[in-house]
Design a protein around this ligand. Sequence first.
Ligand code: LUB
Length: 256
Amino acid sequence: MPEPDSGTRPETGAETGTGAGTGAGAGSRPETTAGAGAGAGAAAEPPGPFRVRPIATRRGPDPKQDRAARTRLLVLTAAAELFTARGFRHTSVQEVADRVGMTKGAVYFHYPTKEALAVAVVEHHYARWPLLLAGVTAEGHGPLETAERLLAGAALAFRDDVVVQAGTRLQVERPQIDAELPTPYVDWTELLAGLLSHAETLGELRAGVRPRTAARSLVAAFFGTQHISDVLRERADIVERWSETAELLFRAIRAD
Ligand code: LUB
């Protein structure tokens, strides 16, 4: 019986390059580069947000644009620190402005609302993953090993990267945020399902293991592991907690 559709997200609209005006756009993602699990045998194209994005080119260095981009990143990182520590509702734009030594007006110039700031933080959270994918793919492992190393890399990012942490909290608080946030969890599920389907064609999967079911289970286990580690240890032990869970799950998934 074919597997139920996981409701993968339809491709989002036009992507914007870095540089001008990326702060406030809902649904647009900072560009990426990558292909998935390029070990032996042709791998399927990674899902939308993990796919190669055309790099928006522009003529020559533009100091004004670069300064604006640096300011946006400064504001975004400060917002991520506050969203991670206090959540969306208990963070004010004034606190973000104070943290970067700017006026509230100057922050609003780059991000017209607190919601726009939240959307930008979540977009940058997801923009981390194609870069991680590109790095792991370049190592040339098989698809199952690629999946295992991707999630191990994600665990490090959840421990050390405040934008990843903030994006995760904002996605949990999405009912409180009156803005269009990307649908969570579906891209990782799609990416892992692609890698596990490829692994299946190479005979790397244990008989009876369904790629999409295993992909959903890995995402659910990772999300639960990072959440519990966050609540109990502010993710200080997430790498250890995930490696013990991953060892168990990949032993169940991998063919002997
Ligand atoms: C991941 C989070 C936190 C899934 O994909 C996502 O949306 C995720 C944020 O919403 O964990 C686990 C890899």
